[in-house]
Write a protein that binds this ligand. Structure first.
Ligand code: HEM
Length: 249
């Protein structure tokens, strides 16, 4: 990442911290500052608008239901590329914002190898080397980066199709739809992981904080780095507390 992009990101974090507030109470940790939350929800809203308007013009059946939302067929067709452009712009800023913590490491390769155990909740806490983001979150991020690039290139080719050879436009249609399906699949898993599957995660994108318990459960290496405390010890202490509570009931 170039130093001017890093400098821009540092300044933007500072500016947004001045405009919005994040209250971190006792027993909580700051997870996502105001700037990150602003970018995430801007990406999410523009993505969903691009997705819905895209589906509306993709399928004749959905056309009937969805185009009235945007004011009719021609307007949906006109708005869709612009929703896409807004999504790409916000994602570019988010890419810069999360580039460093999304760097792939050997810990993430290990995560991918034990994906089944993760998905079936076999352990009460994540392995101790799981840092700010786990391998699954990084996979999602990089899949958006790659699909987003395909989206942009193929979208532009379809948008300006009168100056492009026909066969290029036809291939662009197929690649655009494949990229959309990859992102849709990731999006469904992402919403499940960020809400029902991991209670306490969603609030990190609303008020910016998580509980310490959430941190040592899901991201022990990050917990150790920011608090200087041992996540294993915190887990054992909580287990003892629970056993004592159960005994006293
Ligand atoms: C609309 C429903 C959505 C919900 C409820 C949601 C929720 C969340 C939450 C709670 C986090 C923080 C996870 C953590 O700190 O560990 C997060 C992170 C993230 N979100 Fe979303 N999000 C949504 C939509 C989207 C969309 C549409 C995109 C992109 C197309 C997106 C991209 C990301 C990425 C790349 C991350 C970081 C990696 C990860 O946690 O998977 N999100 N989201």
């Amino acid at each position: 990442m170039s130093s001017s992009a890093e400098e821009f990101d540092r300044r933007a974090r500072g500016e947004f911290a001045r405009i919005g507030k994040t209250r971190v109470h006792r027993g909580e940790l700051l997870r996502h500052p105001v700037y990150t939350r602003f970018l995430h929800w801007s990406v999410a809203i523009s993505f969903i608008l691009a997705l819905i308007s895209g589906f509306a013009i993709y399928s004749p059946w959905l056309f009937h239901f969805l185009t009235p939302v945007f004011g009719g067929g021609p307007r949906t067709r006109a708005l869709h590329p612009w929703f896409g452009v807004v999504f790409e712009v916000f994602f570019l800023f988010q890419f810069i914002n999360w580039f460093a913590p999304m760097a792939w490491t050997s810990v993430d390769s290990k995560f991918v190898r034990r994906l089944k155990e993760y998905a079936t909740n076999q352990y009460p806490v994540e392995p101790e080397d799981t840092d700010f983001f786990n391998g699954g979150q990084k996979l999602y991020f990089w899949s958006i980066a790659v699909s987003g690039l395909f989206f942009l290139l193929t979208g532009l080719l379809m948008w300006f199709d009168n100056t492009i050879p026909r066969w290029v436009v036809v291939i662009s249609y197929v690649l655009h739809d494949v990229a959309a399906l990859v992102m849709l699949g990731g999006f469904i898993i992402h919403v499940y992981e960020g809400t029902a599957q991991q209670p306490g995660t969603f609030r990190s994108m609303i008020n910016g904080t998580v509980t310490e318990k959430w941190a040592w459960t899901h991201h022990p290496a990050w917990y150790r780095r920011v608090t200087g405390r041992d996540p294993r010890e915190a887990y054992e202490r909580e287990k003892r507390r629970q056993t004592e509570r159960e005994r006293s009931v």
